[in-house]
Design a protein around this ligand. Structure first.
Ligand code: NAI
Ligand code: MG
Length: 399
């Protein structure tokens, strides 16, 4: 395969650090690519009034595949006050460039694997029979609908009269008839049949291709009947007609959050709407090492963006040397390699990380459960660079 062009969007804070380290790992494994920098994040909001400049959108349109670090977001008022003086008072509004990117490129499938690395001191453990400590292996992949649902952005405080009148055609609105319109805040949860079918299909295909035995629809269809109900029905029909060898289960999000800390090994592929997918994926990520290990992919029909789940961690951004765990970003890059068919290179990197963790000689501060400061280094924590170096050394040993 010819040389790829990958758009790299470091963003803010530790996003810059972990992305740079990831490129060192990709070079070592022999992935040949031209990397083109894409501007994104707070710096560009302040300087240009746009956290996702048009030039970056053009790069994504052209090259289709991107690695993304993390961005900083701040509340509306703070965002306005940090704008360059010449941009102030022009009515510019801050929007999260991540949400914009997802909507613009219809990155409707968010994929978040949560898999135990053997020997990770952060792994979930539980007390079993006869007080024996058990460490169940978690191997869960969450498919989160990424563009609709409760995060679709259709919301009002004090809704306009025509919206209010339309809502009042619903019999359940009677429960709110005594409340003044000005005191109502409304956020809509919209599911479309097309996008719901696409996320459910992606989950079943993944389960089939990767030999998972079940797909669990994690929603709340007993209460949120229309939207959750639609997803469940689509999944049940699809299972019956197209994936008879895979079991379909359904759980309610609230109960799922309890069960995942009791029997996380019972789950394989999970599919959810936007908000519940966000919640359940953070829940499982916490069982396999947390933010230092949580990787993700945002996949559209043409464009795909790979990013760690964590943010820009501003408190850690200026630490010298950097102490944050680069694994979440490096594992996100492995998802990119898998996406473009470079499975062998992805597997090599994942195996190198697995070996380092199992050996237990190189651990970042989070893996040692230490407070995040450079003092952790004196207590034996590896820096970001040392963790990357260890992964690179493993890869070189195998060549
Ligand atoms: P965060 O994920 O940046 O950091 C939370 C905490 O998690 C850190 O203080 C640190 O203790 C730990 N942590 C994060 N990444 C780590 C790593 N690689 N290794 C070890 N420990 C790590 O979330 P926070 O503090 O809520 O938000 C900070 C900024 O990031 C905000 O401006 C927020 O809007 C933004 N953010 C951006 C995201 C993105 O770009 N996808 C996602 C989440 C937050
Ligand atoms: Mg989240």
């Amino acid at each position: 395969m010819g040389k790829r062009t990958i758009v790299t969007m470091p963003g803010d804070g530790i996003g810059k650090v972990v992305l740079k380290e990831t490129l060192r790992v990709l070079d070592t494994v022999g992935f040949e690519a031209d990397y083109i920098n894409g501007d994104i994040g707070w710096e560009f909001w302040c300087k240009e009034g746009n956290a996702l400049p048009d030039r970056t959108i053009k790069l994504l349109e052209k090259h289709k595949i991107a690695l993304f670090g993390a961005i900083t977001s701040k509340p509306k008022d703070k965002a306005a006050s940090e704008l360059a003086p010449e941009l102030q008072g022009k009515g510019l509004t801050y929007y999260s460039p991540i949400v914009t990117m997802r909507q613009l490129f219809d990155l409707d499938i968010c994929l978040r694997p949560c898999k135990t690395f053997k020997g990770n001191p952060l792994n979930f453990i539980r007390r079993g029979k006869n007080n024996v400590i058990e460490e169940p292996e978690v191997d869960v992949v969450i498919f989160r609908q990424n563009t609709e649902g409760l995060y679709c952005g259709v919301e009002w405080t004090n809704p306009p009269q025509n919206v209010y009148d339309a809502l009042n055609t619903h019999p359940k609105m009677k429960n709110f008839s005594h409340i003044p319109k000005e005191e109502l805040a409304i956020s809509l949860r919209i599911f479309s049949k097309g996008a719901t079918t696409r996320i459910v299909k992606a989950a079943f295909e993944y389960a089939r291709n990767n030999k998972y035995k079940s797909v669990t629809v994690c929603e709340k269809p007993n209460v949120i009947r229309e939207t959750s109900g639609m997803m469940l029905k689509i999944a049940q029909d699809m299972q019956k007609n197209e994936y008879p060898e895979i079991a379909v289960y359904d759980t309610n999000i609230d109960a799922q959050m309890m069960w995942l800390t009791k029997n996380p090994e019972n789950y394989g592929v999970i599919v959810s709407g936007n908000m519940f997918g966000d919640i359940v994926s953070d829940g499982f990520a916490g069982l396999v090492g947390g933010l230092g290990f949580a990787c993700s992919a945002n996949i559209g029909r043409e464009v795909a963006v790979f990013e760690p789940t964590h943010g820009s961690a501003p408190k850690y951004a200026e630490l010298n040397p950097s102490i944050v765990n680069p694994c979440a970003m490096i594992l996100s890059a492995c998802m990119m390699l898998d996406h473009i068919g470079e499975h062998e290179k992805a597997a090599k990197i994942k195996n190198a990380i697995a070996e380092i963790i199992e050996e237990g000689n190189v651990k970042t501060y989070d893996m040692m459960k230490l407070p995040g400061s450079t003092k952790a280094i004196e207590q034996g924590a590896a820096t970001t660079y040392q963790m990357t170096d260890a992964i690179i050394a493993k890869l070189k040993n195998k060549q």
